[in-house]
Write a protein that binds this ligand. Structure first.
Ligand code: AMP
Length: 116
């Protein structure tokens, strides 16, 4: 579970992605297959495979991922109307990329159903 994914290459800017925010702890970039008008992934710069791999020492990073998501939502102009943050974990949630990420989705009415 310590194997790097494509997200590490995006974070290091070895492959192109539409990065909307980056600092020393997190990187945020637009999802390549957006499920809503705004669909941005917020990822830790270090490799944490999934929410199952979060440890006490990651508290600062996790908090920073959430506050960054809120800042980006405001910047994207969707904070007032609302948006959804989603973290998929493992098979039943359909996690495809084993590098922890928060999906920030919004820009229209998302309805009651979770992202597919
Ligand atoms: P998950 O199912 O939660 O693991 O979500 C993985 C997400 O990563 C999906 O929404 C994909 O569309 C997205 N994704 C995969 N590869 C890339 C990429 N190179 N750039 C941006 N988003 C990607």
């Amino acid at each position: 579970m310590k194997t790097e994914t494509i997200f590490s290459k995006i974070i290091r800017r070895e492959i192109y992605s539409d990065i909307v925010y980056q600092d020393d702890l997190v990187t945020a970039f637009r999802d390549i297959k957006p499920k809503a008008p705004v669909h941005i992934l917020i990822v830790p710069n270090i490799l944490i495979a999934s929410i199952n791999h979060v440890k006490h020492e990651h508290k600062q990073i996790l908090g920073h991922m959430i506050t960054t998501a809120a800042k980006i939502a405001k910047h994207e102009g969707i904070a007032n109307n609302g948006y959804r943050l989603i973290i998929n974990c493992n098979q039943h949630a359909g996690q495809e990329i084993f590098h922890l990420h928060i999906h920030l989705v919004g820009g229209h009415n998302l309805g009651p159903i979770l992202i597919e």
